[in-house]
Design a protein around this ligand. Structure first.
Ligand code: NAP
Ligand code: GCO
Length: 264
């Protein structure tokens, strides 16, 4: 049974994985036997990432690449195939958020979020699928969000992107399932990473951030998620254990989507 969850001999590309959720997903994948490849925009962060993986005993391959740049992505995939091997598992993790009321958000800002959070997963998936087909199959995992299902003030671009990413996931599953490629999503709840740090800042009076209190009341688990909570679900979706799971968004949210919220 445990072999079902092994990733021995597989090459996994996790985008934007110098730290945060990407790093927390790549690490257990490495423990399951995968060879880890990751990218970041800056060499300095790639170097820091390589050192962080090494501290965990993982020899990760790091590359500088802006996932919104199609030429750079195609060059990255060619380089990885030549230097490491064909990519068996792709995790489209790299992402940004801009929390701006819609009426104050510029079209440029809106487009930038869509570019990283939706266009880039399209670009990277398009770059890796041909070799997956040649190899006889592969796994694509798109990191979606609560905002693939729900909206809230100030995150219009992010919700539009993550909602689109949910449907891109279903479409890749539909179009390439015949080639033994499974494309699924992980929808993390509210996870304690640099991306959500502004929502958890301790207030001047020492109290919790109002949003922090709000999320605790909305989460049956009564806690923020840790990036490490996503590792097991990611290994499952990257492994043979999920070979008949396709087009599914696995919400790892402590129950937020199931819960009306604690009565104040
Ligand atoms: P994070 O801490 O902000 O890390 C994002 C990573 O993506 C960073 O390494 C960043 O690199 C990289 N990145 C951004 N733009 C890039 C680009 N154009 N090309 C290459 N790399 C790029 O975010 P996180 O919390 O780990 O989130 C990771 C993913 O999970 C995102 O897709 C996010 O939307 C999603 N998510 C997060 C939460 C949460 O609560 N934290 C919940 C649901 C979903 P730089 O540092 O160089 O910018
Ligand atoms: C926000 C948060 C969320 C989380 C995550 C929830 O401002 O609401 O950043 O969007 O990042 O996507 O699943």
């Amino acid at each position: 049974m445990s072999d079902l969850f092994r990733l021995d001999g597989k090459v996994a590309l996790v985008t934007g994985a110098s730290y945060g959720i990407g790093f927390a997903i790549a690490s257990p994948m490495a423990a399951a036997g995968a060879t880890i490849v990751f990218n970041d925009i800056k060499q300095e962060l790639v170097d820091k990432g390589i050192a962080a993986y090494a501290e965990k005993g993982i020899k990760a391959h790091g590359y500088v690449c802006d996932v919104t740049n199609e030429d750079a992505v195609n060059e990255l995939v060619s380089k990885v195939e030549a230097e490491v091997g064909v990519i068996d598992i792709l995790v489209n993790n790299a992402g940004i958020i801009k929390r701006i009321p819609m009426l104050e958000m510029s079209a440029k800002d809106f487009r930038q979020v869509i570019d990283v959070d939706l266009n880039a997963p399209f670009i990277v998936s398009k770059a890796v699928i041909p070799s997956m087909i040649k190899k006889g199959g592969g796994k694509i995992i798109n990191i979606c969000s609560m905002m693939s299902e729900l909206g809230r003030e100030t995150v219009s671009a992010y919700a539009a992107a993550k909602g689109g990413l949910k449907m891109l996931t279903k479409n890749i599953a539909s179009e390439y399932g015949q080639y033994n490629i499974q494309c699924n999503g992980i929808g993390p709840g509210y996870i304690a990473t640099p991306q959500t740090a502004p929502l958890r800042e301790i207030q001047p009076d020492g109290s919790k951030h109002p949003f922090d209190q709000f999320i605790l009341a909305k989460t049956p688990a009564n806690r923020w998620g840790e990036a490490s909570d996503l590792g097991g679900p990611a290994v499952f979706l990257a492994s043979a254990a999920s070979d008949f799971v396709n087009g599914h968004i696995l919400y790892v949210d402590g129950g937020i989507l199931a819960y009306i919220g604690k009565q104040p």
